[in-house]
Ligand binder design. Structure first.
Ligand SMILES: CCCCCCCCCC(=O)SCCNC(=O)CCNC(=O)[C@H](O)C(C)(C)COP(=O)(O)OP(=O)(O)OC[C@H]1O[C@@H](n2cnc3c(N)ncnc32)[C@H](O)[C@@H]1OP(=O)(O)O
Ligand SMILES: Nc1ncnc2c1ncn2[C@@H]1O[C@H](COP(=O)(O)OP(=O)(O)OP(=O)(O)O)[C@@H](O)[C@H]1O
Ligand SMILES: O=C(O)CCC(=O)C(=O)O
Ligand SMILES: [Fe+2]
Ligand SMILES: [Mg+2]
Length: 335
C-alpha cells in the first residue's frame, strides 16, 4: 500500500499543477484533421490509418469492427494465461476475479468454470501484452491521439446461462464508470477470443447512441438476479434498432464510451471469451462525480475498494483510476 500511496501523491501533485493547462490546450480532432478532410470530424484523428469511410462510419455509428486484428497465437497465449490464473498457478496483484451471481454461492464450481470476469490485469505481463499490441494501438491512436493510457482491463468469460438469465449484461454506457473526460478521447477495444454469435451472447450495440449524453444507470429489475455492478441504462427502450456484432476469433471492435451496448444470454455450453481494454488520452482530466448520475457507481466502487484492498476515505474514486492506469504510448501528461 505504501508504494501505491507514494505513486498516488505524485499523481495528485501533478494533477493539481496541470489540470487547467490540459483543459485549455485540448485540441479537437476537428482542428487537427481540418486540412486533410474539409469535413468536420468530432471523434477521430487523421493518422493515415482509417479511411474516410471508416471515419464517417465511426462518427455515425460509434463503433468500427476490424476483422482479424489479433493473431490466433496471441489469443491462445492469453487463454493459457487465463487458465493459469483460474488454477491459481499465478497470482496477480490487484486482480479482481468475479464469479457469476448465480454460481457465487456454490461450493462445487472450481477453476475456469467459476470465473465470469477478470478485471484489472495490468500487473499480469502476459495478459497486459494485449493492451500494448502495436496493431491495436495504431487504431487507438486515431481516437485518443498520441498519449495513450490503458485505464481499464477485462477478460470476460461469459458462462453458460444457468437458466436465470444472469449471463446477460444489461445495456449500458461505459462512461458511467469513468470519472474522466472528454468522452471523445476514450475508446474501448474488445477482441473476440473465439467465434462469438447470438447464441453465446455476442455484443449488442445501439448504433449512433454515442451522440446522446450520459444516461442514468441502475440495476435492472431482473427476476433471476443481476451481477454486482452490472448497471443498465434506466428506461431502456427495446425498440431502438440494435445490431448484433457477430465476430470471429481475433476480430476487434473499437467503440465510443457513450455507445449503448450489452450482451445477451449465453445459451451454449461453452464459456464465451473476450479480452478488452479501455484507453484514454493521458491528456484527459478527472472530474468530480458528486451530484452527478455517476455517484451511485462511484459509491459502489469505493465500498469495494474499502473491503477488498483496505483503502480508506482518503482515496477517492479518481485515485483508484490513477493507480490502475498505465501509460502505453507517448507521455503521461495529466492522467
Ligand atoms: C471498477 C468497475 C469499472 C468498470 C469499467 C468498465 C465498464 C465495465 C462494465 C462492467 O463490467 S461493470 C461490472 C463489473 N463488475 C464488477 O466489477 C464486480 C466486481 N466484483 C466484485 O465486486 C466481487 O466479485 C464481489 C464483491 C461481487 C464478490 O467477491 P468476493 O470475493 O467477496 O466473493 P464471495 O464469493 O466471497 O461472495 C461474497 C458475497 O458476494 C456475493 N457475490 C459474489 N459474486 C457476486 C456477483 N457476481 N454478483 C453479485 N453478488 C455476488 C456472494 O453471493 C456473497 O454474498 P453473501 O454475502 O450474501 O453471501
Ligand atoms: N430491461 C433491460 N435493461 C437493460 N438492458 C436490457 C434489458 N433487457 C434486455 N437488455 C439487454 O439487451 C440486450 C439484448 O437482449 P436480448 O435478451 O434480446 O438478448 P439477445 O441475445 O440479443 O436476443 P435474442 O435472444 O433475440 O438473440 C442484452 O444486452 C440484454 O442484456
Ligand atoms: O463482453 C461482454 O459481454 C460485454 C461486457 C461489457 O460491455 C463491459 O464489461 O463493459
Ligand atoms: Fe461495457
Ligand atoms: Mg433474447
Amino acid at each position: 500500500m505504501s508504494r501505491a500511496a507514494d505513486r498516488l501523491k505524485v499523481v495528485l501533485n501533478h494533477l493539481d499543477r496541470s489540470h487547467g493547462a490540459v483543459r485549455a490546450s485540448f485540441t479537437s480532432a476537428q482542428n487537427v484533421s481540418y486540412h486533410h478532410h474539409p469535413q468536420a470530424f468530432q471523434y477521430t484523428f487523421d493518422t493515415d490509418l482509417l479511411t474516410p469511410e471508416q471515419r464517417i462510419a465511426y462518427e455515425k455509428d460509434g463503433f468500427i469492427l476490424i476483422r482479424n486484428l489479433v493473431s490466433d497465437e496471441d489469443i491462445d497465449q492469453f487463454r493459457k494465461e487465463f487458465e493459469r490464473i483460474c488454477k491459481r498457478e499465478v497470482k496477480v496483484p490487484g486482480l479482481l476475479v468475479m464469479r457469476d451471481v448465480s454460481i457465487a454461492k456454490s461450493e462445487f464450481v472450481e477453476g475456469e468454470k467459476a470465473v465470469t470476469k477478470l478485471q484489472d490485469f495490468q500487473e499480469d505481463p502476459e495478459l497486459f501484452r494485449y493492451c500494448t499490441l502495436p496493431q491495436i494501438l495504431k487504431y487507438v491512436k486515431c481516437f485518443t491521439g498520441p498519449n495513450i493510457m490503458a485505464m481499464h482491463t477485462m477478460l470476460i468469460n461469459k458462462p453458460p446461462d444457468t437458466g436465470k438469465k444472469t449471463s446477460r449484461h444489461p445495456m449500458h454506457q461505459d462512461l458511467h464508470y469513468f470519472p474522466f473526460r472528454p468522452a471523445d478521447r476514450i475508446v474501448c477495444s474488445w477482441t473476440a477470443m473465439e467465434k462469438v454469435h447470438r447464441e453465446n451472447g455476442c455484443l449488442v450495440v445501439l448504433p449512433g447512441s454515442h451522440h446522446g449524453t450520459l444516461q442514468e444507470h441502475d440495476y435492472p429489475e431482473w427476476e433471476g438476479g443481476i451481477n454486482k455492478m452490472y448497471h443498465g441504462v434506466r428506461n431502456y427502450n427495446p425498440d431502438h434498432p440494435r445490431v448484433h456484432l457477430e465476430m470471429e476469433k481475433g476480430d476487434t471492435v473499437f467503440f465510443h464510451p457513450l455507445l449503448i451496448h450489452g450482451s445477451g444470454m449465453n445459451q451454449t455450453k461453452g464459456f464465451r471469451k473476450a479480452i478488452s481494454c479501455h484507453y484514454a488520452s493521458s491528456d484527459c482530466y478527472y472530474i468530480d462525480v458528486k451530484g452527478t448520475t455517476q455517484e451511485n457507481i462511484s459509491n459502489e466502487v469505493k465500498e469495494l475498494a474499502a473491503k477488498k484492498y483496505g483503502v480508506d476515505d482518503t482515496i477517492s474514486f479518481q485515485d483508484t483510476w490513477a493507480l490502475r492506469g498505465r501509460l502505453v504510448q507517448g507521455e503521461r501528461t495529466s492522467m
